[in-house]
Design a protein around this ligand. Structure first.
Ligand code: MN
Length: 295
């Protein structure tokens, strides 16, 4: 669903945030050997609270993705998978199953625990997408798991008067409500496609942590240039009421992600993210003893 916006009052920004730091992702592999770029790494979790991880994958060689992510557990947070190209089949211990492809989003709230697999369903061609990890507040870490698939047509989108196409995966942008909202962390997750020289403004509460990731072309924020596969952490400045993103001489595609920090302790052991080491030990014991994903 595309909504035409001519004069987005709600999109006005008087003063853009500055770039605090530019981060280049780290090449790594995960699952059964899927090559990917870890953009948001563990040392940035505190700074980018409530976000715990962002992986970007873009592989043309099937050997780099075919092994996929066989059965593995999660507890204490949410995973949001956004597929740009290719097909990924998801199955979990609660009986959910879905096929994610071309612009589709899968939102999975692990809560007290799921075991799932994320496996490619194609044997050739490009596989491209992102996985974001969003923390849960302490009081919701052991909540009931939740899961939903959104195919591309179900992701709300709009076009600005400047010809910028925006897909609203979470939160709200220019009066368009996203596919998912969350009270505690108020996540904003936008995929912004700017034409060459295009400009996009997004209001942001100054206390929310925010970053963007350029996955096509190049862009700039407050005069700071960002190249392809670079992430910019945006400064939290009480005088700044949002961010203004500008594309360079080529069209650009940028993920803009922001949320309200939880300011709670983070204890992570692989796919378990809790508040204390004691809770991590409990997660390991529950997983070992088969208490994940039981109906
Ligand atoms: Mn997973």
């Amino acid at each position: 669903m595309t909504i035409e916006r001519t004069e987005p009052k709600s999109g006005r920004v008087q003063q853009t945030r500055a770039v605090e730091r530019i981060v280049t992702g780290q090449a790594t592999s995960d699952g059964a050997g899927v090559k990917l770029t870890r953009v948001l790494t563990q040392p940035l979790q505190r700074r980018l609270d409530p976000f715990l991880m962002l992986d970007a994958f873009r592989n043309e060689n099937p050997d780099d993705y075919l092994a996929g992510f066989p059965d593995h557990p999660h507890r204490g947070f949410e995973t949001i998978t956004y597929m740009i190209a290719g097909r990924m089949r998801h199955r979990d211990s609660a009986g959910n199953e879905g096929l994610l492809e071309n612009g589709g989003v899968q939102w999975m709230t692990a809560g007290r625990g799921v075991i799932h697999s994320e496996m490619p369903e194609q044997e050739d061609g490009v596989m491209e997408g992102f996985q974001l990890w969003l923390n849960l507040p302490a009081r919701e870490k052991l909540r009931e798991p939740w899961y939903r698939d959104f195919d591309a047509a179900r992701i709300p989108s709009f076009q600005t008067a400047d010809g910028v196409d925006v897909r609203v995966i979470a939160g709200e942008s220019h009066d368009v409500a996203g596919a998912v909202t969350r009270d505690a962390t108020a996540p904003l997750y936008l995929d912004v496609h700017l034409p060459a020289g295009g400009r996009f403004s997004q209001p942001l509460p100054p206390t929310h942590n925010a970053f963007l990731y350029v996955y096509r072309g190049d862009a700039s924020v407050a005069g700071e240039a960002l190249g392809e596969q670079q992430m910019a952490i945006l400064a939290n400045d009480p005088a700044a009421d949002g961010v203004v993103i500008e594309a360079g001489a080529q069209p650009a595609r940028v993920l803009l992600i922001a949320g309200r920090p939880l300011n709670e302790p983070i204890a992570q052991y692989g796919p378990f993210v809790m508040n204390t080491q004691q809770q991590i030990q409990e997660a390991l014991a529950d997983y070992r003893d088969g208490r994940f994903g039981a109906h």
